[in-house]
Unconditional design. Sequence first.
Length: 502
Amino acid sequence: MCDMPSAESTPVSVHDADQVRPTKEDPVAAAGSELIGGPVGRRALLGTSWWSPVRIIMLVAIGMFALGLVQKAPCYNGAWFFGTSSQYTHACYSDIPHLYAGRGFSEGLVPYFDKLPGDMQYLEYPVLTGVFMEVASWLTPGSGSIQDQEQWYWMVNAGMLMVCTAVIAVCVTRTHARRPWDGLLVALAPAFALTATINWDLLAVALTAAALLMWSRGRPLTFGLLLGLATAAKLYPFLLLGPLLVLCWRAGKWREYGTALAGAAVAWVMVNGPVMLFAFDGWSKFYTFSQERGVDFGSFWLILAQNSADPLSTDTVNTLAVLLMLLCCVGVAALTLTAPRRPRFAQLAFLIVAAFILTNKVYSPQYVLWLVPLAALARPKWRDFLVWQACEVAYFLGIWMYLAYTTSGDAHKGLPTDGYHWTIGLHLLGTLYLCVMVVRDILLPERDPVRRSGEDDPSGGVLDGAEDVFVWGPAAHPPRHAAHFEGTQVEWGRRGATGGSL
């Protein structure tokens, strides 16, 4: 028998290895696969037909999106237009048809430039989302009753948002090259289907997913441009630049980070600059509205306010929320620099967006869309993902039943305040649970489902397999491998000889 080379002497490219099959490593995925015939066999010929994982997952995502449209049918057929509480009792509310007339699109008003009648003088959405809304209004027939127009407007937006859904499914599926089937977490997420057409958040989510794919392919400029566009559609994507800064600091990838930052700034300015110059009051409405908005649905701040005889003022809540978020940022930075192995980019992206959601003064039900792709990349474990999704579905039902209760007059049909607070608690606990699982994976990389298969950071792009140049504490003397498992092991990023430590 000839001597076999060791893992230390043989370079292994994990990207050339076979695809990871969730049904082989995840008991929940294996059990769920029984619905379609059981786990894939050892002799299965994968990738030999038109039905590739990307196409399958994209079609599943579109199918689930279509089911979400069906769930909105009671509202489409009348509940949006006749009776306030019925759209809540059917849990099919959407901002889209209401804002067609409420924000002047039915009258041909130009967002940000034309003043609106009523209390909201200008459109309170970021510029790229306003463009999305305006384009949908151009595609909406102007004939017929206002109800007909609002139905058309919702359908046009639904079609555009379905394209965003397909983009998200494709990008998440392709970000981890060896783990395409993790994209099914996004495609089958029940909260995704239920909330997809409540608002326009999917535009920013799609651009963010595309940005993450570009970063994983080692294209920092394209990543930055897409992230800048995403931030021009919704504020949260810019948060990803924070953990990326600390990761690039630890790996010494300053040029790549600078390129990404410059690209994001250029894209954001190109979208926002013209509106800032010629319609500053309209442009700034999103930011002033966010600042002046009081404590609202879904946050722990609301529980405190509704159970206090002397609620905190909006300014105080704003200050405390910012301080809590900054504290979370410091914690994520410390975790990044002290972890035994450099955390994966997707893990930190999930943690920072989750921290923003948990500390914010409002949590609209569609905000779960921000986290779904990040959760699938950060913690691709079906049990944990479904636990979190169950909590989010409970909150989705809870907020509509609470609004039904508050709008049904003396009938009080729905969920009272105390019951709604319990659903907020479920949402908070579910999100915290997934955060804890991700942090555990960072501190104990051998438990990370992605790294157990022998990879370092498949969504990390230039960070994948890079050496560390700056670390703190125990991370300065890490073990040889971040995970121990049977089979070939891969040497991941190690601290460079010239790096500093404290």
